[in-house]
Design a protein around this ligand. Sequence first.
Ligand code: KG4
Ligand code: ZN
Length: 388
Amino acid sequence: MPDALILGIESSCDETGAAVVRSGQQILSNVVASQIATHQPYGGVVPELASREHLRAIVPVVRQALAEAGQTYASVDAIAVTQGPGLTGALLVGISFAKALAFALEKPLIAVNHLEGHIHAVLLEQRFSENADLHFPVLALVVSGGHTHLYLARVHENLWTYRNIGHTRDDAAGEAFDKVAKLLGLGYPGGPIIDGLALDGDPHAVKFQIAQIKHANRRDYKQADRGQVPPEEDGPHFDFSYSGIKTAVLRYVETQNLKPAIEARRQALAGIEKATLADIRGLCDRQTLNLVASFQWSMVNDLVAKTLAAAREYDVRTLFVSGGVAANRELRTTFEREAGMQGLPVFFPSRALSTDNAAMIAAAAFPKFLRGEFVAMDFCAEAGMALR
Ligand code: KG4
Ligand code: ZN
């Protein structure tokens, strides 16, 4: 197999990333400029601000990735960039920059689906550690701020194909973490904060019911942004729904009269520059910690139960769990325990590769490089790009 150095660029949401990866498996550099501080006051990503921050960061981030890898613009073999799904304005920054580089350097340009990137974050590290335990079919759960998607993944002569066998009907899992954290005045992004606070709460204190969806109805899908398209093939679907639990948390807040305490916490945090988890923890009473732990427990158990039901139905031999929410500690330990009981090997990316980064984009581009799957200069960003 030929060796190739690929410069990956990622700008689909609120992280500007650039990385140099050798042959889809060895990370020479992986630079991520986070925009958390920019979006924090709004409690969520503001698309216009995201584009502006990408514009500011893209040149220094790419330069730093090349420098840390000991490479130059001339020494890389190809440029890979995220085409979608994501925020159009944000995607366009990475795409325009990658096009300009490829044109000026006369290097091939590779377009990568962000979700495929998340799946290849797992493959990258497994290839590097020469894991021989990778048997097909693989079931991949991509669980992030924009997605909760299940894919059956296959590869034939370096051509990766994906079949969507389930996804969220409304909110993504990460979105639910972020919205609940915002609702409770805990800060942004919610996932890592709830992950940390849940360690000190009782996960069985509050009972939440998560919707169980029996049959997929194509007309019910929210076809809006971020790739929410209905599964195309026949066969059982395993869909998720997380908007109800957010409403249940809100109802709990109202019936337990938690609003004054939440408002006091919000104001106290607004006065702290760069609040740490310890700062936030110090502003939470036992009832709030129990609520947070119970919410996380319900989310984790639903994600694990539905994914393992799909794994049994499709008789898969390997499980991948990737995307920002895959960084969650309780999710990891629960998957390991429950999949272990089914004799199913489960693989996660390291926590750094779970959230958005460009190394995963460069890794996903490598099989396309081997196949000569390059894009023309007029290719466009695809905000709602589906993975096939
Ligand atoms: O993959 P990612 O970086 O961006 C998207 O493609 O969306 O995922 C970001 C999401 C956010 O919703 C964030 O709250 C969530 O992943 N997240 C977590 C954790 N770390 C990040 N959720 C739960 N536990 C975590 N430790
Ligand atoms: Zn992502």
